[in-house]
Each structure stands twice: as structure tokens, then as C-alpha cells.
Design a protein around this ligand. Structure first.
Ligand SMILES: *Cc1c(COP(=O)(O)O)cnc(C)c1O
Length: 452
């Protein structure tokens, strides 16, 4: 009895202290302060456990990064083993064994046909994108094309929260207020058939639009940035089939670089190791972060081709050097666990085993669609969006925060999920077992059904 009292006393104290001392990311803090936060203390496989001992399925992979589950023996051991050697040493002017081994392992996994040959490490997806756009810009400067200064990106795109990556972002709710601080990007429509006026022909329509933009701005464009196959934070917007491949052909024809932001889609999330692989697309720059360490530690990487790398070679006085780097670039603990995560993809055949589970999600979503308040669903592998709307099909008043309320209600079914507006997002870990996955989908269906 005393134990229980102690536990709940501690939980209350932690909740109050959180509300007094923290400022949470992407969180309207006034609402947070009026709420009772769940305080997570432990993880176990695909479950999160709070300070009161309540268990929840981690339905969005701890914000889209967890891959193999929590407390996975091989991954835990990789960090402990590295800790017995060194936690961190700089990559500025020094090399470090484990960052070398990771780069060597990562390149063939990310490439279609050996095109990606260089790894530039950083610490977050935003930085991976920031680095890609700076490399793309400086590449053309170094090649003697100073007029190339502009980027093309998709509306509803999300590439991170630093000022450079926000400049490529197309989500008004997040990005609009910063407009005066940003560089000017050329935006084209999102090729999502459910929302584009051209419907099933959205892909061709947007490619036509891109063709016009690239002709109009010939010699001025550095690169096109794209979240391949599906735009995550924009609302799980799945793209028309063939769009990515068409974009690759177009960028080649117009001699423009292609930056694939695989931060969300990488490491199995779409049913292949990388989304680009679905359409056989070799990009010029690939950004990865979230799943790189299996969701254990912050680590990001920007991969690029030898051709781009070579444009940065020269005498120090020529000004071709890429002067960019972060203190923790290539952190040893993070590289060690990333390496262990890559190994586990092989030993556990994570990707191969996803196929029947992807079908399971598809079936469960088909059962969900007849619910009166489910307007649309979208799925790309393990990435799922469920649009909630009024029974007459009209959107809810955004101020009612219906999506957030539904996700809050799911906690009573032992499920942690987080919406994007009125889109319920599911992003289970690629290694989640079929039983837990089914429980997650059944629980979400039940929650939506009971909520309205
Ligand atoms: C999450 C995300 C980012 C930003 O990554 P952080 O690690 O949060 O900085 C960039 N691009 C995409 C597509 C993302 O989903």
C-alpha cells in the first residue's frame, strides 16, 4: 500500500515539475499546463510504461524513430560496449573507428547502384537537410554557376525546424510566421491524388508544373527537395505512383540536383529500406536521421555522390571547402548503435517480415473506412494517416482539436498516438510483431468508433 502511495506521489511531483520547468516541442503550452501529462519511465519492446506503471503501445514509434523496439538486447549492448571504449571524439581533424564502419555499411544499403559514396554526419533530420541544401548550393558555386541559388520544394512538405530547412517547408501552420526570415523557395503542388484537383493524374500534373518552373528558371535552380513517396508531417500525403521516378527524369533533363529527404521514410518505414528504392530512384543527396540509430540516439547523415564530393576538392585557398560541422558530428555511441541496428535489419530480416504486416494494416484500414467519421485513409507501408471529419464529410472546426481529443482517448485503450491536425497518424515500428500491431489497429478503430 505504502508503495502505491509513494509511486503516485512521485508521479504527481514529476508532472508538476514538468509543467513548471519544461517547454515541450510542437506543443501549445497553455493546453499542456491544463492537462495531466503522461510521464514515461521505461520501455519494453513496443510498449511504453509510465511512472504509474501503466502500459501503452508505442503507436508512433516515439515520434517516428523507433525501429526494433525499446530495450533491445543487441542495441543496448552496442552502446555499453562502445561506452567501455569512448563516448565521443571529434571528427574535425580526427577519425574514429565506429563512424568509419557505419559509413561503409550505410552506403551500399542506401544506394540503388553504388551512386552514394560519401557520408556527412550530423545530429538531427533538420541538420541533415540543412547540410544537403548548403552542399547543393555550394556545389554549383564551386562549379562556376553562381546564378544557381534557388530551391524547389513541395507544398505541405516538411524538412525540419532550422531556418534553412524551414525555408523548404510548405506547411503554413508551422512555417508561415517565419517567412520574413527565410530564403525564397519555389513551391509546387503536392502530388497527393486525394487532394490534388487532377486526382489520379496528380503526378503528371505536378511534373508538368515542375517542367515549366525549371524552364522558366533555367540556370537558377540548385536542387529539388522531396520527401519520397509520402509527405509525413504535412498529413501523411501519399504521392501518385511514378511521381518520384518522373521527378528524377525531369531533374536529370534540366541538370538540377535531387535531394531525397528520407528522414521519416528511411529504415523500413515504407516497407523497403528507403522509399527511393520503390521506384528505383538514385538521388544526388539523401538525408536520413530518425530511424538511423533504431530510435536510440540522435544521429543524422547526408549521403552524396562522388561527383558532388569532388566539386569540393581544391587548394584551401580556392574556397571550395565545406565549412560546416557540429561538435557532436559522428558521435561514437550513436554510430555504434546505428551499426547494431543495421545488423539487426539483416539478422531479423526486418524488411522481409513486414510484407504480411503491411497487408494486415491495409485490411484493418478497409474495416475502418465505413466508420461515419473516417473521411479518408492513406497508407505507405507502416506509415498511416486517418482523416477524421464530420459525418456529412465536412471538416471539423480546427479549434475543436478533434484529432488531439481522439488520440487522448486512445490512451484509455493503452495506446500512445499523436495526430497531425484531424489526421490520426499511425507509425508503428517496422519490427512490431503482428499481434501488437493488430491490437494497435483494433484499439484505434474502437477509439474512433466510441468517440463520436
Ligand atoms: C522529422 C523530419 C525532419 C526533421 O528531423 P529532426 O530530427 O526532427 O530535426 C526532416 N524531414 C522529415 C521528412 C521529417 O519527417
Amino acid at each position: 500500500m505504502t508503495d502505491k502511495v509513494d509511486v503516485s506521489h512521485r508521479s504527481d511531483r514529476l508532472r508538476r515539475t514538468d509543467q513548471r520547468c519544461l517547454w515541450h516541442p510542437f506543443t501549445p503550452m497553455r493546453l499542456w499546463l491544463a492537462d495531466e501529462p503522461v510521464v514515461i519511465e521505461r520501455g519494453e519492446g513496443f510498449w511504453l510504461i509510465d511512472t504509474d506503471g501503466r502500459r501503452y503501445i508505442d503507436g508512433v514509434s516515439s515520434l517516428w524513430c523507433n525501429v526494433h523496439g525499446h530495450r533491445v538486447e543487441q542495441l543496448d549492448e552496442a552502446i555499453r560496449g562502445q561506452l567501455d571504449k569512448i563516448a565521443h571524439s571529434t571528427l574535425l581533424g580526427l577519425a574514429c573507428d565506429v563512424s568509419i564502419e557505419l559509413a561503409e555499411a550505410l552506403l551500399p544499403v542506401a544506394s540503388i547502384g553504388g551512386e552514394l559514396t560519401r557520408v556527412f554526419y550530423s545530429d538531427s533530420g533538420s541538420e541533415a537537410v540543412e547540410i544537403a541544401l548548403k552542399i547543393a548550393y555550394q556545389y554549383w558555386q564551386n562549379k562556376g554557376q553562381p546564378k544557381r541559388r534557388r530551391f524547389i520544394a513541395l507544398r505541405e512538405g516538411y524538412h525540419g525546424d532550422t531556418v534553412g530547412s524551414v525555408s523548404l517547408g510548405g506547411i503554413d501552420l508551422f512555417h508561415k510566421i517565419y517567412h520574413p526570415l527565410l530564403f525564397e523557395t519555389i513551391f509546387v503542388d503536392s502530388p497527393c491524388p486525394q487532394f490534388h484537383p487532377a486526382g489520379e493524374n496528380a503526378g503528371e500534373a505536378v511534373l508538368d508544373q515542375l517542367d515549366v518552373v525549371m524552364r522558366t528558371h533555367r540556370g537558377e535552380i540548385c536542387a529539388v527537395t522531396v520527401e519520397p513517396l509520402i509527405q509525413g508531417a504535412g498529413g501523411m500525403l501519399t504521392h501518385a505512383r511514378g511521381f518520384l521516378q518522373g521527378l528524377r527524369e525531369l531533374t536529370r533533363r534540366h541538370d538540377v540536383l535531387l535531394i531525397a529527404d528520407e528522414v521519416a521514410t528511411g529504415f523500413g518505414r515504407t516497407g523497403r529500406m528507403f522509399a527511393c528504392h520503390h521506384e528505383g530512384v538514385a538521388c544526388d543527396l539523401m538525408c536520413m536521421a530518425k530511424g538511423l540509430t533504431g530510435g536510440y540516439l540522435p544521429l543524422a547523415a547526408t549521403l552524396t555522390t562522388e561527383e558532388i564530393f569532388e566539386a569540393f576538392l581544391g587548394e584551401p585557398t580556392e574556397g571550395k571547402t565545406f565549412y560546416h560541422g557540429h561538435t557532436y558530428t559522428g558521435n561514437a555511441l550513436a554510430c555504434a548503435v546505428a551499426l547494431a541496428s543495421l545488423k539487426r535489419f539483416q539478422t531479423e530480416r526486418v524488411i522481409e517480415r513486414m510484407a504480411p504486416k503491411i497487408d494486415l494494416i491495409t485490411r484493418r484500414l478497409a474495416e475502418m473506412r465505413p466508420l461515419p467519421n473516417v473521411a479518408r485513409t492513406r497508407q505507405c507501408g507502416f506509415m498511416v494517416g486517418i482523416d477524421l471529419a464530420r459525418a456529412d464529410g465536412k471538416p471539423f472546426d480546427l479549434a475543436a482539436r478533434t484529432g488531439a481529443a481522439v488520440c487522448q482517448a486512445a490512451r484509455r485503450c493503452g495506446i500512445i498516438i499523436r495526430p497531425l491536425g484531424d489526421t490520426v497518424v499511425l507509425m508503428p515500428a517496422p519490427a512490431m510483431d503482428a499481434e501488437t500491431l493488430d491490437r494497435l489497429l483494433a484499439g484505434v478503430t474502437e477509439t474512433i468508433d466510441a468517440f463520436f
